[in-house]
Ligand binder design. Structure first.
Ligand code: SER
Length: 607
């Protein structure tokens, strides 16, 4: 079995259990200011887990690309990845614990599916706390399916409670582990008694609560199931390999790196680490740049994370002695290997190459200047017996030479220094730069907190896009959109700055449509029909898949202003948006313009 087969089998299995396959979504959550990337398979499904009706029904399955960069410093060991695929199946108020567990166990152990040895499987269930009781129900279902008592561990919320963020849908989970130790597991061994030889392969979350705030946990009206199986890791285990980097998911990428560097993987621990960092970070960068809602390297937000990934990869490429620009070459291997399940990578091939190469060149220049400066500072630093690089020095390298903190840390560590990170942050604050590295909106609030204001901004985005097309022409295509409670940002393809008159005209059209108080309506239909009706659609959904189409206009068939395939939510009628004002129009990257706009006033949404 390989990863492609595992992906197909998973989907096929759940289809055989009456699930509908839905498309995975963009890595960039469109209307969720609380996170920069889609970090879990369930993330795009949050509105549905909270009760909204899904166009494809109540039993769903998919594979979803995810980015998690929280532990970026750990990447380099044999198991951590910043980009991974999550296989998932969902029940939206349909089946619950009984079927969920039975399906998982059948898929893992049936000879027709993965045929794993049941003796090598153990599970954990929630031990209970002040929020929810011990999950005896899940434990009993496992026993009914043949799981021996001693293979069931009861663990606390830190292990067996899943929440995507500080607020939002959550609940107890049961996790499934596979034995990766020698031979068969000893009698009585489970995740509770031996945490290193049991590897997690699947997490079944019983989403039955909605966390409103720190103190308030409300039961959901409908109970849901959210499961996630990490594709790369499970594939690795199925093949009996010790590292994801030794599987076919990464081997072609590693071969390309070997070709570029002349280094053979597996011969030097330190260099292996660099190879893994390059492989992981390039793959992540290709997925981010090649995303349907792609982001480009930037000083803020998701673009900043992308910049860090690229720059870290380049630095490790240098460590391996690769002197020329190399990321585009590795990107070609990544695209070749993943364009089947992710056709958007092929569609964005040229953009991926172009952006990688440009950022690489920029960074090489930065590095040269920054490292030279560091070497100049070194004799003086050596005089410090504590071997601490002050925040001021580190910040100066960043501010003056663009030399990133994490690289000063790495360079420092190579010379036996630590960096005063607090001091760096203090210097940064003083320089009033704090908001430049972290998207201010990203820190606040919980996952997919759809406030009234963001809903209004969302509808305003649809009006803005249509107004732009009317004024500037058909070459306008959405390149990105980002909303928080204070403003909206909209990126679109256009070759030159807009004139004052054009900006005014677009603003006037949007305000006119708001004043007309047009109804906003939603209809579910197959994607091809939506397109035939003239709906705008991002390159996200599968042909024939049922989608939601939002129309703004007096009549959804004959008299409308805007029509888009979109997950929602939206206002009920446009007067709820209020006054619309464009504050800024500027360049975002080559051929892409960015508009920043605000709304104010507006009627309250209907309840
Ligand atoms: N949300 C859970 C996870 O990400 C299961 O899908 O692990």
């Amino acid at each position: 079995m390989n990863a492609n087969e595992l992906r197909s089998k998973y989907i096929e299995f759940f289809k055989s259990k009456n699930h509908v396959e839905i498309s995975g979504q963009s890595l960039i959550p469109e209307n969720d200011p609380s996170v920069l990337f889609t970090m879990a398979g369930m993330h795009p499904l949050v509105p549905y887990l909270l009760g909204e009706k899904h166009p494809s029904g109540t039993r769903l399955t998919d594979y979803q690309k995810c980015i998690r960069t929280g532990d970026i410093e750990e990447v380099g060991d044999p198991s951590h990845l910043t980009c991974f695929e999550m296989l998932g199946n969902w029940s939206l108020g349909d089946y619950f614990k009984k079927e969920s567990i039975a399906y998982s166990y059948e898929f893992l152990t049936s000879p027709q599916w993965l045929a794993l040895d049941p003796k090598k499987i153990s599970v954990t269930v929630f031990a209970g706390d002040e929020n929810a009781p011990r999950d005896e129900e899940a434990a009993q279902i496992w026993k009914d399916n043949g799981m021996p008592e001693d293979k069931i561990a009861y663990l606390p919320a830190s292990d067996n409670w899943w929440a995507a963020g500080p607020t939002g849908p959550c609940g107890p989970d049961t996790e499934i582990f596979y034995w990766v130790g020698e031979g068969l597991p000893p009698v009585g061994s489970n995740k509770g008694t031996d945490s290193s030889n049991w590897m997690e392969i699947w997490n079944n979350v019983f989403m039955q609560y909605n966390r409103i705030d720190e103190k308030t946990l409300l039961p959901l009206e409908k109970k849901n199931v959210d499961t996630g199986m990490g594709l790369e890791r499970t594939n690795c285990i199925l093949q009996g390999k010790t590292s994801v980097y030794l599987t076919e998911v990464f081997q072609p990428i590693i071969k390309t790196i070997e070709g570029l560097s002349g280094y053979t993987y597996g011969t030097d621990e330190e260099k292996d680490k660099s190879v893994r960092i390059i492989a992981d970070h390039t793959r992540s960068s290709v997925f981010i740049l090649g995303d349907q809602r792609g982001v480009t390297p930037d000083r803020v937000g998701a673009g900043y994370v992308l910049r860090r990934l690229i720059r870290r990869a380049v630095r490790h490429g240098m460590k391996l002695g690769i002197e020329k620009d190399f990321m585009a070459e590795i990107a070609a291997t990544v695209i070749e290997n993943f364009k089947g399940p992710y056709p958007e990578l092929e569609a964005n091939r040229e953009k991926v190459y172009k952006e990688l190469t440009a950022e690489e060149a920029k960074f090489r220049l930065t590095l040269k200047k920054g490292e030279a400066e560091f070497q100049k500072l070194l004799p003086n630093l050596m005089k410090n017996p504590k071997k601490i690089i002050s925040g001021k020095v580190a910040y100066n390298l960043y501010e003056t030479y663009g030399y990133p903190l994490e690289l000063t840390q790495e360079l420092g560590a190579e010379n036996g220094f630590t960096v005063d990170v607090e001091g760096f942050k203090e210097a940064e604050r003083k320089h009033q730069e704090a908001s430049k590295t972290v998207d201010a909106g990203a820190a606040k609030g919980g996952l997919a907190e759809q406030s009234e204001v963001t809903t209004k901004y969302h509808t305003a985005t649809h009006l803005l896009q249509q107004a732009l097309v009317n004024v500037l022409g058909d070459q306008v295509a959405q390149k990105g959109s980002n909303i928080n409670n204070e403003r909206m940002r909209f990126d679109f393809t256009f070759e030159r700055p807009m004139t004052k008159e054009e900006i005014q005209k677009v603003e006037d059209i949007v305000n006119e449509k708001i004043k007309e108080d047009l109804p906003v309506t939603m209809e579910v239909m197959p994607l091809d029909k939506a397109k035939a009706e003239g709906a705008r659609a991002l390159f996200t959904n599968k042909y024939g898949e049922d989608v939601k189409v939002y129309t703004i206009g007096r009549d959804a068939k004959s008299d409308w202003f805007s029509k888009e395939v979109c997950g929602g939510p939206h206002v009920q009628h446009t007067a709820q948006i209020g006054d619309f004002k464009i504050q800024k129009e500027q360049s975002s990257s080559a051929g892409v313009r960015r508009i920043r706009a605000v709304i104010s006033g507006g009627l309250p949404l209907d309840k």
